[in-house]
Write a protein that binds this ligand. Structure first.
Ligand code: ARG
Ligand code: GLU
Length: 721
């Protein structure tokens, strides 16, 4: 009896190890795979109100914001809510020492004050089609000597075009197709998208609210950040996507969300929609180790070193601070992520989990008499062993020499070299003119050469620290011989003597451009050595990776089939396509004796306040509102003002700005982060330790109305209690 009971429990555990909350679900699978579980957990609406293949649904109010974030439409006239950190680079671009919107916030008090954001795009997903069968057929028909078509974006784009012609899917300006491989090429989906490119900045709180806690609190719970900003979509008179024009008008959208002010309780059902970028749930354990020791290692150490220099300089000069604000933030974000992920992978013994999982599939293969999984596994293992060294070096080059320094951005001097060799005066003049324009753009992008010099010195040292002498890129022959290995002296020479070291040097060179000078220029030489290093590591990686995709496809297929055989739903790795994740608003206990509440309030903002630390400055006006409890009707029943809350949903980078919905599909918050203990989620999901962090919609509305006095925006919204 006891034995039977144990086996039943064991099968129950092995059959349903995936808790309801794991998964970045495809909208097209919701009805078939998830509706029952979602309803059991608390969903109160049919899933076709969330996604309907032909009709209008909540999906039509969820947008891809700027390619890397998510946004949601919150008014009939195209108002889009996203995170402060998603709008950050645009807020920074519009800022100057005189109009410092980063520090002071920005609020358009009428439509004419809304600021156009060059380069910013917002994309709606109009239709999602499972085209697996069609793509498989085309793959059979088309020539493919190297067998790479099945993952090639270029090939898939031609197949998408064929499909559109066959199905009469009309492509008007702004309307485009994207055909993507899922599950390592075991399935294909086609997305019909509408992209708007006149997007204007409407409102952003000061960084002391929108980025409150900055890097200390980033990836952390408990959190008190009002991480939101607001934009508006503009379209031409017909409501069609168009480039910026003063004639454009706010877009009248198909669908906008209803905001709900009544909050949540512990255990409440919630769901989130968004565009998660990448995760790696189908990695084998060797790949996880590789990630820890290469990518994450370099991010942690090299970025850490660069950030130290940058922070020191930023704190000395507000102009430097504004220029590097966004560069620093994007570096710091995945620096801390790498630290948290590596710590968690060890602490949560994720490698053991991965090994157990892969063992399950290998056993299943043996039981079925199918050797393909074992072969794929051995292949991947072998590939990882061979690509480790080039990957490590590639990451060092990328972090220290490419992202870490500005030299890769200098203009190409080859056209001028060619022209000088030809001795053709007109050609020389033309090449010189082009070079001048590009050089001006380069110098404009590095307005603080002294800071760049400090950073470059630090970065070259970092590179030397991690890459042994005999493996370093070619420029070290020169550094070792001409500069006796003194990397600082080399960087000084770059800035003092290279034509791209300063504007003055460039001007001097341009008075009489000489071939000899170009051929021996330090920065030009350095750049081509970095290029060569990139090329060599890329070639070595490509060589090691030759059979990777095919092996990965087999491995993923095995995982899919194993889950399906166990009656479990399946989902593909994130790939910047629209997904849904659901779960509950729940506290968590990261370690023995520690338990975190599931929401925070403004009380915590006041507790964290530190006027001497820029990360925790609280604006005077916010303190006043708090003291007087002027919460404008957005307070909780107990009179406190909620700030953030957590949910046990499954997400990753790209989900920032994602709408968080209650059981009725009403907006209750905007997702913006994940907890430190949950950063291993990109590799393996742990419902007990992973939480998504959202700004409470009531805090957002309170800031808009009471702090910023922008109640004209609130009037546009549909709000229920
Ligand atoms: N960690 C969040 C996300 O991945 C927020 C990042 C913005 N904040 C920052 N300090 N960089 O995007
Ligand atoms: N802040 C992240 C983003 O920009 C989301 C947090 C996560 O990775 O879970 O998308």
């Amino acid at each position: 009896m006891k034995k039977i009971l144990i086996t039943t429990i064991l099968t129950a555990i092995t059959t349903f190890p995936v808790l309801a909350d794991e998964g970045m679900w495809m909208l097209t699978d919701l009805k078939k795979q998830n509706e029952v579980a979602m309803t059991e957990l608390g969903l109160l609406i049919p899933v076709d109100q969330i996604y309907s293949p032909d009709g209008i649904a909540i999906k039509d109010a969820v947008v891809h914001f700027g390619g890397g974030c998510t946004g949601e439409v919150i008014s009939a006239e195209g108002l889009v809510l996203t995170n402060h950190h998603c709008g950050y680079s645009y807020i920074a671009k519009h800022s100057s020492v005189q109009h410092d919107y980063l520090t002071d916030g920005f609020w358009a008090m009428n439509r004419s004050e809304e600021l156009p954001c060059q380069g910013l795009k917002v994309t709606f997903i109009d239709r999602i089609l499972d085209v697996t069968d069609y793509v498989e057929q085309q793959l059979q028909k088309d020539d493919d000597p190297t067998g790479v078509n099945y993952l090639s974006p270029k090939y898939l784009a031609t197949v998408a075009k064929r499909f559109a012609e066959q199905e009469n899917i009309a492509l008007t300006p702004g309307r485009s197709l994207e055909l993507k491989a899922f599950y390592g090429g075991n399935r294909y989906y086609l997305f019909v998208k509408n992209t708007y490119s006149d997007i204007r900045m409407v409102g952003a709180p000061p960084s002391s609210i929108g980025k409150f806690g900055a890097d200390t609190d980033n990836w952390m719970w408990p959190r008190h950040t009002g991480d939101f900003s607001i934009f508006r979509i503009y379209a031409d008179k017909e409501g069609q996507p168009a480039e910026y024009s003063p004639e454009n008008r706010p877009l009248h959208v198909k669908k906008h969300l209803t905001l709900n002010l009544s909050g949540y309780r512990e255990g409440d059902f919630a769901f989130v929609m968004g565009f998660p970028g990448r995760n790696w749930r189908y990695m084998i354990s060797d790949e996880v180790e590789e990630r820890m020791q290469t990518t994450n290692f370099m991010r942690q150490h090299v970025r850490g070193a660069r950030q130290e220099v940058l922070m020191h300089e930023m704190q000395r000069d507000p102009a430097v601070r504004i220029h590097y604000a966004s560069i620093y933030a994007s570096s710091a974000n995945y620096w801390k992520n790498a630290i948290g992920m590596n710590e968690g992978l060890v602490r949560l013994k994720v490698l053991d989990t991965k090994r157990a999982q892969q063992e399950q599939l290998l056993t299943r293969g043996r039981e079925l008499g199918d050797n393909s999984y074992q072969e794929a596994f051995d292949r991947i293992r072998d590939i990882v062993a061979h690509r480790r060294a080039p990957l490590y070096h590639q990451q060092a080059i990328q972090e220290a020499l490419v992202t870490g320094m500005s030299f890769m951005n200098i203009p190409n001097t080859t056209p001028l070299i060619v022209a000088l060799k030809s001795k053709d005066k007109a050609a020389i003049q033309a090449a010189a003119d082009t070079l001048r324009v590009r050089a001006e753009a380069y110098f404009a992008s590095v307005p603080f050469p002294d800071v760049e010099r400090l950073v470059a010195k630090r970065m070259l040292k970092s590179y030397m620290e991690y890459i042994p002498q005999e493996e370093r890129i070619g420029i070290f022959n020169l550094i070792d011989k001409r500069f006796k290995g003194d990397s600082d002296a080399f960087i000084d020479a770059c800035f003092d003597y290279s034509l791209f070291g300063s504007k003055a040097n460039f001007e001097k060179f341009m008075r009489k451009p000489q071939l000899k000078r170009l051929a021996s220029d330090w920065i030009v030489l350095f750049k081509s050595a970095i290029r060569e290093g990139q090329l060599q590591t890329a070639l070595a990686m490509a060589d090691a990776n030759k059979d990777y995709d095919a092996a990965h496809k087999v491995w993923v297929k095995g995982m899919m089939q194993m889950k399906q055989a166990n009656g479990q739903p399946i989902y593909p790795d994130a790939n910047s396509t629209l997904r849904l994740t659901y779960g509950r608003i729940l506290p968590y206990a990261p370690s023995d004796g520690v338990e975190y509440h599931y929401y925070t309030t403004m009380k915590g903002v006041m507790e964290k306040e530190d006027p001497d630390n820029f990360e925790f400055v609280v604006p005077e006006k916010l303190k006043q509102l708090y003291r007087k409890k002027e919460f404008g009707g957005y307070a909780m029943p107990d009179g406190e003002m909620a700030t953030c809350f957590i949910i046990d949903t499954d997400q990753t980078g790209g989900n920032s700005g994602s709408p968080v919905f209650n059981a009725k599909g009403e907006l209750i918050g905007t997702g913006f982060d994940r907890n430190f203990e949950g950063l291993t989620g990109d590799i393996a999901f742990r419902p007990s330790s992973q939480r998504a962090i959202a700004v409470d919609i009531r805090y957002t509305l309170f800031i808009i109305e009471k702090y910023a006095g922008a109640s004209h925006l609130i009037k546009e919204m549909t709000i229920v209690e």
